[in-house]
Design a protein around this ligand. Structure first.
Ligand SMILES: NC(=O)c1ccc[n+]([C@@H]2O[C@H](COP(=O)([O-])OP(=O)(O)OC[C@H]3O[C@@H](n4cnc5c(N)ncnc54)[C@H](O)[C@@H]3O)[C@@H](O)[C@H]2O)c1
Length: 341
């Protein structure tokens, strides 16, 4: 740390250009290094991150960057199946805060290694399930936690369009369901979309770019506090992304652009639109959605506050997605959670 600012670096400069942008915009950080193994990607990085060319040192070895730049915080923004080694290396090398892209990783062995490593080392970690940091979603969770809809009981979510992929994009909506359910998941039941009936019990979409390798699926998830969620996700539907949060005295409906709340005065009363309940959703430029996330991570590192997107919830998210694969494979049966380890 110098000048009261945390020293930040980024590993992987695809989506990572947005992380670099966010650190560069935040008053809490100095962006002191980036790491990338492909020179073509580096060429395109500067414009994408809105950073002057050559103003930050580029390393092809992330460990060298962590050591030479004495990083306080690092983003891990390489493909889904490769997160584990840099997260564990950064934690073991003494980095104080890690912001890891979603999904956490693609199997439970890796997830457990990550959780064990960061907890053993006392490393603060947040996972970029980005909606955790988007104002309309955080405001809705606050309302639910304050009891304003009389306690959450049911969640109905939709994810559609070609990106209706259970792991690559679905991790966001499964995690958002976890974000609102606020309890441990106890079982999941899944029915994959047509064409993926025999997908099997392991995620096959290494790198996560091909929708043909990642099923849409309809999930029912039950939580320890009695919340039950239904996720409908299929590629041959509209590109929907929405979540409906229902309790005995109200309902909150969120999309990425807006939020709407209805409240009743009493159980089974008439739902009345609450026009005062408004909030912006995602900003236009994706990098701007990460500024509150990295600002919060600074607070987590410096002041030991809770992150909005903890690693243990990201592990639950992965476990639900893997449980969904098991459910389909076993004939669409209920799969109890946690999965055996
Ligand atoms: N939060 C979101 O909404 C969102 C959106 C898109 C992608 N993502 C996630 O971001 C991550 C990256 O996705 P992407 O689309 O940018 O992938 P990508 O393949 O386009 O980019 C990843 C980059 O990492 C580099 N890389 C790989 N191994 C490296 C290493 N050891 N050291 C340094 N660089 C290395 C690659 O060369 C590549 O340029 C994935 O986990 C993905 O799921 C999140």
């Amino acid at each position: 740390m110098a000048n009261g600012k945390l020293r930040a670096g980024v590993i992987g400069l695809g989506l990572g250009s947005n992380h670099a942008y966010a650190y560069n915009q935040s008053s809490q950080y100095d962006l002191v290094g980036v790491s990338e193994i492909s020179s073509n990607v580096v060429d395109n990085f500067w414009d994408k991150a809105k950073i002057s060319k050559g103003s930050v040192p580029v390393y092809d070895d992330y460990k060298e960057m962590i050591e030479k730049e004495n990083l306080d915080v690092v983003s891990v923004t390489i493909p889904d199946h490769l997160h584990t080694a840099p997260v564990c290396d950064a934690s073991n090398m003494g980095v104080k805060g890690i912001f890891c892209e979603k999904p956490l990783c693609i199997n439970l062995e890796d997830a457990d290694l990550i959780v064990e490593t960061v907890e053993k080392n006392g490393t603060k970690m947040a996972v970029d399930h980005t909606r955790s940091f988007v104002p309309n979603y955080s405001m809705s969770r606050k309302s639910i936690r304050n009891g304003e809809i009389g306690g959450l009981t049911r969640i109905i979510a939709h994810m559609g369009g070609t990106r209706a992929m259970l792991f690559r994009n679905g991790t966001h909506i499964v995690d958002l369901i976890n974000f609102f359910a606020d309890a441990d998941p106890v079982w999941v039941l899944a029915v994959h979309e047509q064409g993926f009936e025999d997908y099997g019990t392991e995620y096959k979409g290494e790198g996560g770019k091909d929708p043909a390798l990642d099923p849409g699926s309809t999930l029912i998830i039950e939580y320890a506090n009695g919340v039950r969620a239904i996720l409908n996700s299929a590629k041959k539907t509209l590109a929907l992304y929405e979540i409906d949060l229902i309790g005995p005295n109200g309902r909150i409906y969120c999309t990425d652009k807006s939020v709407t709340r209805w409240l009743t005065e009493k159980y089974e009363g008439t739902p009345i639109l609450d026009e005062s309940f408004t909030s912006p959703g995602y900003p236009e430029f994706f990098g701007d959605s990460l500024i509150p996330a990295v600002d919060e991570l600074a607070d987590v590192v410096l002041n030991d506050v809770e992150t909005s997107s903890p690693v243990r919830r990201a592990r639950h998210t992965l476990e639900i997605m893997l449980g969904a694969l098991k459910s389909q494979d076993g004939g669409n049966v209920k799969v109890n959670l946690p999965l055996p380890r």
